[in-house]
Design a protein around this ligand. Structure first.
Ligand SMILES: NC(=O)c1ccc[n+]([C@@H]2O[C@H](COP(=O)([O-])OP(=O)(O)OC[C@H]3O[C@@H](n4cnc5c(N)ncnc54)[C@H](O)[C@@H]3O)[C@@H](O)[C@H]2O)c1
Length: 255
């Protein structure tokens, strides 16, 4: 019988695996045969994801990690390598969102968003790339957002932080291609998770958001986290072996 699993024997390190897109992706990658190491500030949530993977017959590890702290990242990468014996895939997905009009936006909140969103992508790459090189190559998937390529009111800081991930990922892909390491950037559109509450509040509540989704998303609905997980497996696996330096927009047709 043919085996259609795409990540058999692959060792995945990822951030944000306690959250919605992260958990769905961790579970699907494990179902495709990967071992998964999850770094998240929410260690209870990350442990829950690990238990779900184990209940499914998979193998996973959770490490409490504040991704804005380089020491935490170094310790997480070391623990992941200890657990898995190396790294083939990185999925840098942790993120935070804050909304607000530019004239009232506090500079500390801007700095915090940058410390988590793009700076963590950089730090995770810095600490994992040597292991991908040791493995003879691999794949990195960076979670940006449609907000990183298309702006919206109240989203200046979040959009800037996610746009920085696009720029970082594209330069990184050029730097790592000679080492057979592919780098692609995933830009989800509206995904139905509590993550968007700041944007929803800025828009005037969930009814206003539902109207916007209906009017601007050609598919007429938000995505489920599991629909992003499918794209993550594609980008992490050999199914996308000739793709690097790409911005993959999964937004129901907005862009
Ligand atoms: N939900 C959407 O509509 C949407 C759209 C576009 C992009 N995204 C991006 O997708 C990613 C996941 O979003 P989600 O909807 O699953 O959100 P989520 O809030 O469910 O998950 C985010 C995860 O990041 C973790 N995290 C936050 N700060 C951290 C820190 N300092 N250290 C370690 N972990 C930290 C959280 O604990 C959580 O597990 C984010 O990068 C987000 O920007 C989401």
């Amino acid at each position: 019988m043919a085996d259609f699993r795409q990540l058999v024997g692959k060792r995945v390190i990822m951030t944000g695996g306690a959250g919605n897109i992260g958990r769905a992706s961790a579970i699907l990658m494990a179902q495709h045969g990967a071992t998964v190491a999850i770094g998240d500030l929410d260690i209870d949530g990350a442990n829950e994801t690990v238990e779900m993977i184990k209940a499914d017959g998979g193998s996973a590890l959770a490490v409490r990690t504040d991704v804005s702290n380089e020491d935490d990242i170094a310790a997480f990468v070391a623990a992941a390598v200890d657990f898995m014996g190396g790294i083939d895939v990185g999925f840098f997905n942790a993120g935070i969102q804050m909304s607000g009009a530019v004239e009232g936006f506090d500079a500390d909140r801007w700095d915090r968003m940058f410390a988590v969103n793009p700076r963590h992508s950089f730090l995770m790459a810095k600490h994992t790339v040597p292991h991908l090189r040791n493995a003879g190559g691999g794949a990195l998937v960076l979670t940006s957002s449609i907000a990183g390529v298309k702006g919206g009111p109240g989203m200046t800081a979040y959009s800037a932080s996610k746009g920085a991930i696009v720029g970082f990922g594209r330069a990184l892909s050029a730097e790592l291609a000679p080492d057979n390491i592919r780098v692609n950037v995933l830009c989800p559109g509206w995904v139905d998770t509590p993550f968007n509450q700041p944007a929803i509040d800025f828009m005037g509540g969930s009814e206003a958001q539902a109207e916007v989704v209906k009017s601007i998303v050609p598919l007429g609905r938000q995505a489920a986290p599991e629909e992003m997980a499918e794209v993550v497996v594609f980008l992490a696996s050999g199914m996308s072996s000739y793709m690097t330096n790409q911005i993959i927009i999964a937004d129901g047709g907005i862009f």
